[in-house]
Design a protein around this ligand. Sequence first.
Ligand code: ADP
Length: 373
Amino acid sequence: MSAVSAQIDLFSLFEAAPQAILAVSSESKIQLVNRRTEVMFGYQREEILGEPLDILLPKSSRAAHVDHLKNYFADPKLRAMGAGRDLVAVRKDGVEFPVEIGLSFVKTPHEVLGLALVSDVTARKRAEEELTRVNRELRRSNAELEQFVWVASHDLQEPLRTIASYLQLLEKRYTGQLDQDARDFIRFAVDGAVRMKGLLQAFLRVAQAGTQATDFKPVPGADLFQSALQNLRGAIADAGAIVTADETLPTIVADAPLIGQVLQNLIGNAIKFHTPGTEPRVHFSAERKGSEWIFSVRDNGIGIDPKHSSRIFDVFERVRNAQEVPGSGVGLSITRKIVERHGGRIWCESEPSKGSTFRFSLPAEPVGNIPTR
Ligand code: ADP
């Protein structure tokens, strides 16, 4: 006997256990309980010893319990009780509470006793319910917000069109009668209207990326790459960029137009943010890591200061001055939304003036149709 076990007798351990421990005969009579059973169920142990286990169960589950007990004694072994079911116990004062039960057994010289180890999981259940409630509320308010952004951006476009066109009409009709100041003011107002139109369209695109229905199908990576090249041929030619990809690319289960947009945004940015005076080189590759594919778009462009590398995925975040390189700052936030709707993540690794590598992961196994909400 070791020094520790010599000092603690087994009954004290049984009494001190944080779970209620009950030994039950095959006739469902309570034979032995520990101190925690008294606290948890509100009985003195004399009150329940020899009583049927039923008194600790809600009336609604007593009938089923008889069968469960019979089955257990037919093949007693160590296992959890009620896997996948919510188990409920009842206190002496009639209050029901959720429990988790582990089953085991002991063999005495005369019989086999079933052992139930009961944990009160009220606090955990409450926390789970609260989490589910908050989650549901969050989804709802997020959906409402996206809907609001969509409707607002959509409806604001019409009055904006009216403002812009009447300003232009004013300029055209009254050219001769207006002095330079008046013409400048009209020009500033038109510029503002055009910029606002761009912003509203960007809002619409972001809102759409979160709500669009998705259609998941197998799509070869090479097809995605080819169509991105096709759509970007103007930008590629203008910049004299060399865009390459791995010789073999995997087939993934994805919404092709949406993932196509991801690739196009990333390659488009890689070309857009090239180092002036240097031939832009962009490479698209894929690597299997466990249950995921990690796709990378690597460039030799201006790079991103690591302190900005997570901020750029937020809506309207731009590192460069908007005047230097055209853009609205929504591309990467849409890209992230799409990747996340595919069950993936996106991040950026970069060294300023050396280039950037944007990586996104996608589950390698079919993900099925992911619901919009
Ligand atoms: P936009 O391209 O319209 O500015 P994005 O959301 O696509 O908006 O990108 C956000 C910002 O991230 C860009 O303004 C730029 O500062 C930075 N960025 C994105 N891709 C690259 C890249 N390949 N190299 C360097 N900077 C980049």
